[in-house]
Every structure is written in structure tokens, then in C-alpha cells.
Design a protein around this ligand. Structure first.
Ligand code: PMP
Length: 405
């Protein structure tokens, strides 16, 4: 088995990685019991390993109660679970200092971003301040900030929303234009770690360089947590929001990690009632599983598969790839494409292509992917990968795509 993008002397390392991947793939019951289907929609939600299913069963059969209320054993176990999972999230995100940060559980990334926009951002901003919003990213990382602008305006506080500039050819942010755009009134910058359509790692270090040391950076890590190592310390961000369900926990899970260094402490407003305790149990198990598997190896695997798919597609004239056209190999010096490839057929409607692919057993996403107004407005097909996907699936997909000329 060869992997384009990996130099010859590293082939045996790739063989090792492939063996490791086969063992992990076998741990996903829904994947293992459906060998004729290929799940290529992990950017929407990820499949769950047996360890997560077991943790759910264990929690529900040994400790199910409400958190922070009762004084009996099951209630105490549940309260401990919730508090320990906050620390688990911190450790997973490379945050060494529990005193300086808060972790709040949500139903997913959308609720996380919306909560920051509703409960934290307004008190941080003053009349005349500016925020930068990535208008070609996921709507979930655009709409809440525009809503906050309107809510502030109703109170007589007028803030300016500036659009994050993009490099059209690569789908990456334009760091040079951003440096010119950011000024002394730029207080808050919303960014995405891995783009949900173009699949690029958006170079967060370069964003920090461009906007300077004082602006609050809020990271939408929905497509990076669980796919690659994410360290809030290394990235120097102030908020990180992710979807637990895309990181192999149950649907209805997610978290906000917030640091108190560049602004007031983060406390979600209002009483949010009973937490999703079973979801939180699944989140701890999912983060344990991911740490044991190793997010660095998961990253190497999905980047290698992505390079194989991108390179294969580039040789098929009938298709147009969105975003960067270069082969983004594991050791490429250019921006990496992390597990997501989006494309369209020049003659077949993307919705139809989705149906055709499913008739061959491939589950992909085809529409305009909830992208904001500065993004592609025409529908396309998105293939998004996780560690359970195999080289065989990519090769089979490429041969079906090649037959549709
Ligand atoms: N941000 C990005 C980059 C996403 O890809 C998604 C989900 N597609 C979201 C936010 C929203 O996540 P959730 O479905 O967990 O609310």
C-alpha cells in the first residue's frame, strides 16, 4: 500500500500507521458491521468507538442521577463526573492552569459560540470598538457575532464588524491584509481552526501575529478537536469552542474553554438546568480514547488520506476542487488540508452526485455546507474523514468518481 505525499523512505512508517489504523477501525461497531458502506461525513458528526458506547452503558447502569443537587452516592458520582470532565477538557486542550480558565458544557459548537456572543462579548465591548468576523466560515461562527452587534446597538453601543480577508486561491485567511485591517480598536477576532469546506488548517499563529498580542481570539475548533493536537496554550487563544459529537462523544455534546487573561471572566448567564450528564460521560470517554489513540497519529492518517484523495481528484478533469489545489501532503511546507476535501463535478449537479455516490455506498454531504456569505454559494460535495476511514475507501471513491465522466 503506498501513500502519495509520503516520501519513499517513510513508506514503512506508513505501513505501521496503516496497521495501527486497522486496529482502531475495528473498534467502531457501526463501521465494522457495515463493510459495504463508507462513512465520509465526519465533519457533520463522528462515529463512536466501543469504549464510548461502554462508558454510556456504565454510567447509566451505575451512577445515573442529577449533578450538583443530591447527597446520595449516585448524585455525588455524577457531580464528580461533571467536574472531572471539566478538567479532562482542560488537559485535552493543553491548558495547564485550572485557576485561570473555565469550561462550560454545551450541546455543540453553535451553542458554544452563541453563548460567548450573548453572555460575554457585550460587556467586553465599548462604543467604537471593532471585531473581526470570518464571513466565509461556518454560519455558526458568523451569525452570533452579528446578533451581538445588533443587541449592543439597541443599547446605544455601536461596534464595527469587519470581515476577515481571505486568499481566494487557497481558502486560507489573508494574513497580510488582516494585519492592515486590525487596528487599536480591534478587540475581538473570531477564527476557525480547520475550515469546514476547504479543510485547511487556518494558521492561528499567523492570525495572532497579524492582530497583535492584545486582541481576544475566539477559536472555533469544531473541525480540529479530535482530528489533530489542539493546544490553547500553544495557539495563544482566549476561547476554544468545540463539538463533542464531532470528537466521538454523543450527539448533544460540546464545550467552551475560556481563559480569563485578556478580558473579564467567562460565566454563562442564567440558570441552565440539568446538564447532559450522559453526554458528559461520553465526552470523558471520547477524550480518553482520542488521547490513547494519539491525535498526532490521527492527524497523520487523515492528512495522508486527504492528500491521496486531493491528488487523485486533480487528475480527473471532470471535477473542480474548492480551496487549495496543491497536494497538501503530510510533510508539505504549504498549508495542510486536514481531513476535508470539497469538490464539484463540472456537469453533474452536486445533489445528484450525492445520490449517485450513496448508490455506491458512499455517505457524503452535498449542499453549500452552512457557509457564510463570503464563501462559495454554489453547492458542492464534501468528503470528510476520520481515523476509521481507509485507503481502500478513498481508492474505491476515486474509481467511482472517475467513472462519472
Ligand atoms: N463550526 C464549524 C467549523 C463546523 O463545521 C460546525 C458543524 N458543521 C459548527 C461550527 C457547528 O457545530 P455544531 O453542529 O456542533 O453546533
Amino acid at each position: 500500500m503506498t501513500a502519495p505525499g509520503i516520501r519513499t523512505e517513510r513508506l514503512s512508517a506508513f505501513e505501521e500507521l496503516a496497521e495501527w489504523q486497522r486496529a482502531l477501525r475495528a473498534q467502531f461497531p457501526i463501521i465494522a458491521t457495515h463493510p459495504d458502506l463508507a462513512y465520509l461525513d465526519s465533519a457533520a458528526t463522528a462515529q463512536k468507538p466501543q469504549a464510548v458506547l461502554d462508558a454510556v452503558q456504565t454510567y447509566l447502569t451505575t451512577a445515573n442521577a442529577n449533578a450538583g443537587r443530591g447527597t446520595y452516592t449516585w448524585a455525588n458520582l455524577t457531580t464528580d463526573l461533571v467536574e472531572e470532565t471539566r478538567d479532562r477538557v482542560r488537559r485535552f486542550l493543553g491548558d495547564p492552569d485550572a485557576e485561570q480558565s473555565a469550561v462550560h458544557f454545551t450541546s455543540g459548537a453553535t451553542e458554544g459560540l452563541r453563548t460567548i456572543a450573548r453572555d460575554w462579548l457585550p460587556a467586553f465591548l465599548a462604543d467604537g470598538d471593532e471585531i473581526i468576523v470570518p464571513a466565509g466560515d461556518h454560519q455558526a461562527n458568523i451569525v452570533p457575532w452579528l446578533d451581538a452587534q445588533q443587541a449592543l446597538a439597541r443599547q446605544g453601543v455601536h461596534i464595527r464588524v469587519r470581515q476577515m480577508p481571505y486568499q481566494q486561491a487557497s481558502g486560507d485567511y489573508d494574513h497580510t491584509a488582516l494585519a492592515d485591517l486590525a487596528g487599536p480598536r480591534t478587540r475581538f477576532v473570531a477564527v476557525t481552526h480547520v475550515h469546514h469546506v476547504y479543510g485547511g488548517n487556518m494558521n492561528i499563529h499567523r492570525i495572532r501575529e497579524a492582530v497583535g498580542p492584545d486582541a481576544v481570539l475566539c477559536l472555533d475548533a469544531a473541525q480540529s478537536v479530535g482530528h489533530l493536537p489542539v493546544s490553547v496554550t500553544d495557539l495563544d487563544v482566549d476561547f476554544a469552542v468545540f463539538s463533542g459529537h464531532k470528537a466521538m462523544a454523543l450527539p448533544g455534546t460540546g464545550a467552551i474553554w475560556a481563559r480569563q487573561a485578556r478580558g473579564p471572566g467567562f460565566t454563562p448567564g442564567g440558570w441552565s438546568g440539568t446538564p447532559n450528564t450522559v453526554g458528559i460521560a461520553s465526552l470523558t470517554a471520547a477524550l480518553d480514547w482520542l488521547d490513547t489513540a494519539g491525535t498526532d497519529r490521527i492527524d497523520r492518517w487523515t492528512v495522508a488520506l486527504t492528500a491521496r484523495l486531493t491528488d487523485g481528484l486533480r487528475h480527473l478533469d471532470a471535477y473542480e476542487i474548492l480551496g487549495c489545489q496543491t497536494s497538501l501532503a503530510v510533510d508539505s511546507p504549504v498549508q495542510q488540508r486536514c481531513g476535508i476535501v470539497t469538490f464539484r463535478h463540472r456537469a453533474i449537479d452536486s445533489g445528484d452526485l450525492g445520490f449517485i455516490l450513496f448508490s455506491h455506498g458512499f455517505m457524503v454531504r452535498s449542499d453549500n455546507h452552512c457557509q457564510g456569505s463570503a464563501g462559495e454559494q454554489t453547492s458542492s460535495v464534501r468528503v470528510s474523514l476520520h481515523v476509521y476511514n481507509s485507503v481502500e475507501e478513498i481508492d474505491r471513491l476515486l474509481s467511482v468518481l472517475a467513472s462519472l465522466v
